[in-house]
Write a protein of this length. Structure first.
Length: 289
């Protein structure tokens, strides 16, 4: 039997991140989640407030991605590092999910003028820290979708991690400002250019759904219908509707695809929706053997 792989998931307590942890421990991997709050609030990521059986096999560590001194020791000896902590809205996203904040408030914040740029993570001197957001109101696409990923990639490269995965997105959408997707593409480009020694994988999932988040199911159905119409019209809607007409995928399927891609040394660069489906199918077939 081959030696167990070691995976670090930054944002492992989130909707997709927790499922990546689950998929990895099912393979017998050593999995560590890094987040500011530690273990998930399970009612936000599953259908139950109680931890699932597999959760005790994950090390739920507390650390701030903008403060590398808190987590660099965890990167040592890791085979893979995943960044899974971007934001959809410049708002208290978990508050929107739980109903504490209106999604219209989040959209209003998102379409407001940029809140300014954080210092370039690549120009950070040894021992310096990017100033982390002190509240949900300070979360910006630049900080969470781009700069946090570049900073984590930089620290992973220094720790000689072999593979770095970044959860990007298939496309933007009319209800989101362009900065949502442009900051993700900027992160992809910088990571690919600046850290060539690492195998970098940029996962571009579409809208993800799961029955544990009931509101995602009808949205997925609407997106699937849009995807069908887009296909019948030769893809003419994709240019301006983006993710709104891209086939949605179940969150567990995306997680399985991510872990399979990490394992498959031939996978690198951008991984689009069709390849995610292929990787998930490959992972499923392995469980049937």
């Amino acid at each position: 039997m081959s030696a167990s792989k070691r995976l670090i998931v930054c944002g492992g307590n989130g909707f997709l991140g927790s499922r990546i942890c689950k998929a990895a421990v099912s393979r017998g991997w050593d999995v560590t989640s890094i987040s500011r709050s530690g273990e998930p609030q399970w009612q936000h990521v599953t259908s139950s407030p109680s931890p699932p059986e597999w959760a005790h096999r994950v090390s739920w560590e507390r650390a701030d991605v903008f403060r590398p001194a808190q987590y660099v020791s965890l990167l040592q000896g890791a085979d893979y590092v995943i960044h899974s902590m971007g934001i959809l809205l410049e708002a208290d996203y978990k508050g929107v999910i739980s109903g504490k904040e209106s999604p219209f408030s989040g959209l209003a914040k998102a379409f407001s003028a940029s809140k300014g740029h954080t210092p370039n993570p690549l120009q950070r001197k040894e021992g310096d820290e990017l100033k982390p957001p002190s509240s949900a109101n300070q979360l910006t696409y630049e900080m969470m979708n781009r700069d946090s990923a570049i900073l984590l990639a930089k620290e992973s490269d220094k720790a000689k991690v072999g593979t770095f995965g970044y959860i990007s997105a298939a496309a933007g959408a009319p209800v989101l400002p362009s900065r949502y997707i442009t900051t993700k593409r900027e992160a992809e480009q910088v990571i690919a250019d600046e850290f060539p020694k690492m195998r970098s994988i940029f996962f571009r999932p579409p809208f993800m759904f799961d029955s544990s988040r009931p509101f995602t199911v009808p949205l997925a159905a609407a997106t699937a219908a849009g995807s069908l119409v887009n296909g019948l019209t030769g893809g003419v809607l994709g240019g301006f509707l983006g993710a709104a007409v891209t086939k949605p995928l179940k969150a567990d399927l995306v997680a399985d695809a991510v872990v399979e891609a990490l394992h498959d040394e031939s996978v690198k660069g951008a991984v689009e929706v069709p390849q995610l489906e292929e990787l998930a199918s490959k992972s499923w077939r392995k469980t049937m053997l």
